[in-house]
Design a protein around this ligand. Structure first.
Ligand SMILES: [Zn+2]
Ligand SMILES: [Zn+2]
Length: 332
């Protein structure tokens, strides 16, 4: 049951965030009504709040919340079940959707970006995107499904081979998820080039073999840029071996460019990959890993706040001292 009157954490426009009463939400035909339990916040939410996100990917005003898990409510066969819900809403009939590339649908539509997100007491979502979870899956693991799907899709795209020597640049939640998920591909070594010494223990717990702030091995088979910084992209290009792959998962600020020696890219036979969001297949793969107990990303959670204390959650996200992994809002 919802505790207290219905509320939603809304961004009215850049710099204008309010916790507001939420009008009753009704599920239309083909929709399911869900009561969110936990919502993760991330750097992209900060970009939405600050107005620094690429305007092509946002529609104000909206409720925040694209990383979440909830419980189905109302008159529905799934009522009472914990679920996660794919946020990318493909049209289902364009060429990209037909090819399974739902992340590249001709019409960009995503929960928490172009329509209301889940930092609210209730949300109505398309029934086809609802994934029930096994009773054994804890909400604190399920809430990380979205960023895990983003990372899973990127790593699958990079065709990581067993025995791979990997370098992960960055030490935020996405970088830590890269380390956690890379293990599924049986790498020989995962090194992390971090930014804050306080993140070393989190990186080790995720499965990193080494953590450094200053130097990292060169000649890596795979270098993953997960810091979301243009300088990190430039570093990545110097750390990859000939014939290796640079995978860009982080999202540097909109409009910044990177200096790149184009001839080195040719001479070194490099593969440079970007990966946008996740496909339905990647989402299903993560749900399978959660349901089978092979993936428990809740270990990366370091901060939790009731929805009413959302300002502290945002402050923690911007720069809490000490170890900082996933920051959560408890909706109910
Ligand atoms: Zn996010
Ligand atoms: Zn489509």
């Amino acid at each position: 049951m919802t505790v207290g009157p219905p509320r939603a954490l809304r961004v009215l426009g850049p710099g204008k965030v309010r916790l507001e009463p939420q009008a009753p939400v009704a599920a239309a035909a083909g929709q399911v009504l869900v009561e969110p339990d936990l919502v993760g916040v991330c750097g992209t939410d900060l970009e939405i709040i600050d107005g620094t996100i690429d305007p092509a990917y946002i529609r104000y005003p909206l409720a925040l919340g694209h990383e979440w898990t909830g419980t189905v409510t109302g008159e529905h066969p799934l009522a009472g079940r914990r679920v996660v819900v794919e946020g990318v809403i493909g049209c289902g009939h364009c060429v990209r959707c037909a090819a399974g590339q739902t992340n590249l649908c001709d019409t960009y539509d995503e929960i928490g970006f172009t329509r209301d997100g889940a930092a609210a007491s209730q949300i109505a979502v398309p029934e086809t995107l609802v994934h029930p979870l096994a009773d054994s899956v804890a909400a604190q693991d399920a809430v990380l499904t979205e960023p895990a799907a983003v990372v899973y899709r990127a790593l699958a795209r990079a065709r990581v081979g067993p025995g791979c020597r990997a370098l992960v640049i960055g030490d935020g939640t996405i970088a830590l998820l890269v380390v956690l998920l890379l293990k599924l591909w049986s790498p020989a070594e995962i090194a992390v080039l971090g930014r804050r010494a306080e993140q070393a223990d989190l990186a080790a717990a995720a499965g990193a073999d080494s953590f450094s702030l200053t130097d990292a091995a060169s000649g890596c088979d795979l270098v993953v840029e997960a810091a979301g910084a243009t300088a990190a992209v430039e570093t990545a290009l110097t750390k990859v071996r000939r014939g290796g792959t640079v995978l860009l998962v982080g999202l540097p600020p909109h409009g910044q460019t990177v200096a790149m020696a184009a001839d080195d890219t040719v001479n070194n036979d490099l593969t440079i990959l970007g990966s946008f969001s996740y496909t339905s297949a990647a989402w299903r793969a993560v749900v399978t890993l959660l349901n089978s107990g092979q993936l428990r990303p809740g270990t990366l959670i370091t901060h939790r706040y009731p929805l009413a204390e959302w300002e502290q959650a945002i402050a923690a996200l911007r720069g809490a001292a000490g170890p900082r992994g996933k920051v959560l809002l408890e909706i109910r």
